[in-house]
Structure formats: C-alpha cells, structure tokens
Design a protein. Structure first.
Length: 392
C-alpha cells in the first residue's frame, strides 16, 4: 500500500486493520483476521478491513437511502418531528457503538450490523409487513429480517461480479439470528448481541418520545410507568427541578444512559468471570449482553403500555388500514398484470415466482413512492380506500 501522509502521524507507520484490532480489541471480540470471508471471494482491500467495507457497501446501497422515507411507527402525515427508519437505524448504530467501544468489541462489525438490521422493512412499518406476510402466506410469508438478507444477497445490483452486496458471513449470520433467535448450539457473536440490545433500548425510548410529541400520550401518563418514574426520580436526585419538555428530554437521556450502564455492568462482570479467549468461546456461553431482570421487567411494562396506547391508537390504526388497503390493491394488480412491473422484477418472477417478485418490488418502496405508484395504477381510488393520497 502506498504510504499515506497519515501513516506518519505520531511518527509511526499506521498499522494494518488486523494489527490495529489486535492492539485495541478484546480477545472475545470478532477480529477481522478471523472472518469466514464472503460468499463470492474477493481480494482484501489495501486499507479497509472487511467489516468496514461491509458498512460502506450498506451505506451506499439504494435500500439504505430509502430508509429515510419509510415509516418507523408514525407516518409523515402526523408531522416531521418523528423518527423514520433511517434515523432509528442511526440511533441504534450510535448506542451500539457506545456499548461496543466500552467492551472493546469490533465497532466496524457493530456498525455494519446496525445499519443492515432494518433494511428489509417495507413501506408503512408493521402495517406493510403484516399485509405482505398475508399476501405471501403460501410462499413462506414475509418478514423484514428475512427481507434484509434477500436485499443484501440478491436484490441490490451495484456490482458486476456478484449479486447483492456480497457482505461477510459474520454480517449475514448476525442478521440471520434475528430470524431464528435460538438456533440451538451457538449464541450470536457479542457484536450481534450488542446491536439487538441497542435496538430495544432505542425503540423503547424513541417511540414514547414521538408519541408525546404528537400528543398521543401525555407526559404524566408515562410517568406512571415504572421505567419512566424511576428515570424521572434519578433526574430529580441529581437536583434538577425540571418540568414539561425539559423533564421529558432529561428523562430520555437518563433512560438511554441507565439502560446502557445496566448492560455494561452485567456484561463486564460476565466477561471477567468467563475469561473468554476468543469470539468462538463466547458463542458457547449463555447470552452476555442482556438487561438485568429488574430493568427487563420495567421495559416489558413499558412495551405493553406502548402497544395498547400508541401502536393501537386510533390515528395510527387509521393510517394502518389505508396503507394496507393500498398495498393489497397493488399486490393483486401486479400479480394479475405482470406487465405493470418494472422489467427487472418481471425477469425476477421467472426465478422466484410472480408473487414473491411482486412482494420484493412492493417491499422496496418508500411510503411516498408507494402512494405515487398507487395513484399511477388506480387514479381515483379502489373500493375500501376513500381517496388516494393527493399531491405526493
Ligand atoms: Mg430496529
């Protein structure tokens, strides 16, 4: 590799990814040098490690860019404050990297896993997912976790030499464990466990925040839930007499900090006790990155509350019904008239069948594109759906 100016930073030559990881990562972290490689073998890159390349491939993919116009929980019709799939994904990556750095894990791998974890979400959040699952019941169903794998292995078309993004086996396997959590013999890598935990920390916190912003919940109601009550108590103990928006923001910070600290306390203890000398050794042990029982119980309470009060809120349900009616109508129209599909999905239907190919096309859409496509197909609407979205 040609010498770069930064190679001489601090008077020493910059070491290779492998040497750097050897110096900085714990023995139980997943080291690049131990990667099982890619499905389609490729030469090493002169200065980027394998997981760094995975992360870069994901951030340059079309599926990743589309996350910015996909619903997390709330659609754009309620306002612009809320999280989208993209901002959720970035929050997960941020929390996961904090945990990973504190435990000396492989941050490149963590980031790649975080950025890929929600890539398979269809438009309209869980409403879209449930509807596609129903439409594809005889074809093995639809799940966003499995769809993410289909995207990175088959559907992305950025490279001449292979289909998909040709990610490392570690990233593919990490995503696959989201489909079948307990595959029996082996636990996921610590980096995968971290991303799973960060996802839960993130959505528990931000779904409540978004619901408050949209007025679907009141702060006083949330403060009756154990997790929020305790976090508010911690804020007050530090002497901060806050109310309203200030209290809400302080509680949100506290919630993330508390959950991350709780994970780190337990994980550090278990890692010290286990004396694991490799990433493989950790895979034979019980899960290590898990919340304490006390915190897990409080999180479960909050999730139950969010399910009944937010995810089932009449305005969320109304958007759900509209979105599902539109997706169902499009699904049936494309299956009946495959000439309406783009050329690449028509070709794909001869390999995977028309229903799966239509499912892949619909799942790749952003919310906005789905409404536009709906309007192109149906103009003034179909029975059961009052009006197509205007001016989208
Ligand atoms: Mg997620």
């Amino acid at each position: 590799m040609a010498a770069l100016a930064r190679d001489f930073f601090m008077g020493t030559r910059l070491s290779s990814t492998e040497e750097r990881e050897q110096a900085l990562l714990a023995p139980y972290a997943m080291h690049s040098a131990q990667s099982a490689g890619r499905e389609h073998p490729e030469p090493d890159h002169p200065y980027r490690g394998p997981f760094q390349r995975d992360r870069d491939r994901i951030t340059h993919s079309a599926a990743y860019r589309r996350l910015s116009c996909k619903t997390q929980v709330f659609t754009g019709e309620l306002g612009d404050y809320h999280r989208t799939r993209l901002t959720h994904t970035l929050e997960v990556a941020s929390v996961a990297r904090t945990i990973g750095r504190a435990l000396a894990l492989n941050e490149d791998l963590i980031e790649a896993l975080a950025l890929v974890h929600d890539l398979g979400h269809p438009p309209f959040g869980h409403a879209g997912e449930d509807l596609l699952d129903e439409c594809l019941r005889d074809e093995g169903g639809f799940s966003h976790n499995a769809q993410a794998l289909r995207i990175v292995r088959e559907l992305e078309t950025r490279y001449h030499d292979f289909p998909g993004l040709n990610l490392t086996r570690e990233v593919l396997e990490g995503q696959a464990t989201r489909i079948a959590h307990d595959t029996g013999q082996q636990r996921p890598l610590l980096e995968t466990q971290v991303v799973e935990a960060a996802d839960s920390i993130t959505y528990d916190t931000h779904d409540a925040d978004d619901a408050l912003e949209f007025g679907l919940l009141a702060l006083d109601e949330l403060l009756t839930i154990d997790l929020w009550a305790e976090a508010a108590q911690r804020v007050r103990q530090r002497g901060a007499a806050l109310e309203g928006g200030e209290l809400r923001r302080a509680v949100l910070h506290e919630l993330i900090d508390w959950q991350v600290s709780d994970l780190l306390d337990r994980a550090s203890q278990r890692l010290a006790e286990g004396r694991f000398d490799s990433a493989q050794a950790v895979r034979q042990a019980e899960l290590i990155i898990v919340a304490s029982e006390d915190l897990a119980a409080r999180k479960k309470d909050l999730e139950g509350f969010l399910r009944s009060r937010v995810y089932q809120h009449p305005s969320v349900l109304m958007h759900r019904r509209e979105a599902q009616a539109a997706l169902r109508a499009m699904f049936e129209a494309f299956v009946a008239q495959s000439e309406l599909l783009p050329e690449s999905f028509r070709r794909r239907s001869s390999v995977v069948g028309i229903r799966r190919s239509v499912g892949d096309y619909l799942a790749g859409m952003t919310d906005r594109f789905a409404w536009r496509e709906y309007k192109r197909l149906f103009g003034n609407g179909v029975p059961g759906l009052e009006t197509p979205k205007a001016d989208i």
